[in-house]
Design a protein around this ligand. Structure first.
Ligand SMILES: Cc1ncc(COP(=O)(O)O)c(C=O)c1O
Length: 374
């Protein structure tokens, strides 16, 4: 990861918040349900290795990522906990997964046929993915299930250790589709249990953060805990229902690198789209869309000394300009996400302004912004 070391713009990751958010959900789960911490996409932008270590020391028992390369980053950092890759991995790379004791996801008969051709020096563990209504990846029918089970039986170097599905609407108030998916899952599970010897050794996991928060006692061996571990609510509705108390782990800061007094009529930024309608103070902040600070955040605001300062003019690739209420020294702290005295800007506020979800906000703030762990 390339971290900017000299420009004064950084994200602060509060690892104690990660620990807190894990304890909050753990308190609601039955004792047989463990936590699989989802640290894909560099831990939703928080740093996968640091979050994984904190999650494991706070009681999580396994990790989940989307890509084989993300799993290898964790292994190279010395993390030995079980890791599941949730997405499709090229079967020719199954030997790398096996060598590093990384569990892959299986849902295609032809995938197993390809794995058979790969010389594995170590056996490979897999979890089977069932598509009960997300429409993304997974086995959908009894026929597909039979085909994959047959292929598994014919591939003794591949061991089935888990089964999972993913909910499409668990964060929505209307739980009808969630229930439909749950029913499909248990119908397939029933068929599976009749066909698979030692089916009681198989680890079952269905719930993401939203499902785990809403239906903690329905969860089986694991929950796959992502967004809520980072202190963000899966949806506005879950937030408003106050089902769980979460602490956000992500803050974003910068410092003023230039401050100037300019007369009324001064134009600011590319395209000269902003004109000061009275004399005033303008500050420059070294962050821009090249860092993942979206250009559409124009007219949003940042905080200085607990006061809101509007972003004026177009956001550049590496810098942006803000309207100041007074002169401030170079180096004054600017809060882009987080608390500054009585004011707070939440990841959620930015998500709402951009018309997106909190997941995207922390993911898009890229590796140009170094993460500091507190
Ligand atoms: C398969 C799967 N499981 C679990 C999660 C975690 O979901 P959440 O971040 O909503 O907890 C994700 C995230 O997108 C996922 O794709």
């Amino acid at each position: 990861m390339v971290a900017t070391l000299y420009r004064p713009t950084w994200a602060e990751i509060d690892l104690s918040a990660i620990g807190y958010n894990i304890k909050q959900i753990k308190n609601t789960l039955s004792t047989k349900t463990e936590i699989m911490a989802v640290v894909k996409a560099n831990g939703y932008g928080h740093g996968s290795v640091e979050v994984a270590r904190k999650a494991l020391s706070s009681g999580a028992k396994a990790l989940a990522v989307a890509l084989l390369e993300e799993a290898l980053v964790l292994r190279r950092a010395g993390i030995t906990a079980p890791i599941l890759v949730l997405g499709w991995v090229d079967p020719k790379d199954s030997s790398i997964a096996a060598k590093h004791n990384i569990t892959l996801t299986v849902f295609q008969e032809e995938w197993l046929e390809e794995v058979k051709k790969v010389p594995l020096t170590t056996d490979l563990q897999v979890h089977m993915k069932w598509d009960t209504g997300m429409g993304r990846i997974g086995i959908r029918t009894e026929r597909e299930l039979n085909e994959v089970l047959l292929a598994l039986k014919q591939t003794p170097q591949v061991h089935l250790t888990g089964i999972f599905t993913h909910f499409a609407t668990a964060d929505e108030e209307n739980s009808a589709y969630y229930e439909e998916q749950t029913q499909r899952f248990f119908r397939l599970l029933n068929i599976f249990q009749k066909k698979w010897p030692e089916s009681d050794t198989i680890r079952i996991h269905t719930g993401n953060s939203a499902a785990a928060i809403r239906f903690p006692k329905q969860m089986r061996h694991y929950i796959r805990y992502g967004i809520a571990m980072y202190g963000q609510y899966p949806s506005q509705w879950i937030k408003s229902e106050k089902m769980i108390s979460l602490k956000p782990a992500f803050s974003l800061y910068s410092q003023l690198t230039h401050v100037k007094w300019v007369p009324k009529g001064t134009k600011i930024g590319y395209g000269s789209t902003y004109t000061l309608n009275e004399d005033g103070w303008v500050g420059t902040v070294p962050i821009g869309y090249g860092d993942g600070w979206a250009r559409d955040l124009q007219d949003f605001y940042v905080l200085i000394n607990g006061k809101k300062c509007p972003i004026i003019g177009r956001i550049c690739m590496d810098q942006m300009m803000i309207h100041l209420d007074q002169s401030y020294p170079i180096g004054t702290k600017v809060t882009l996400i987080g608390r500054d005295q009585q004011e707070v800007i939440e990841v959620d506020d930015i998500a709402k302004y951009l018309g997106t979800i909190p997941y995207e906000v922390t993911c898009m703030l890229n590796e140009r912004i170094p993460r500091k762990y507190i």
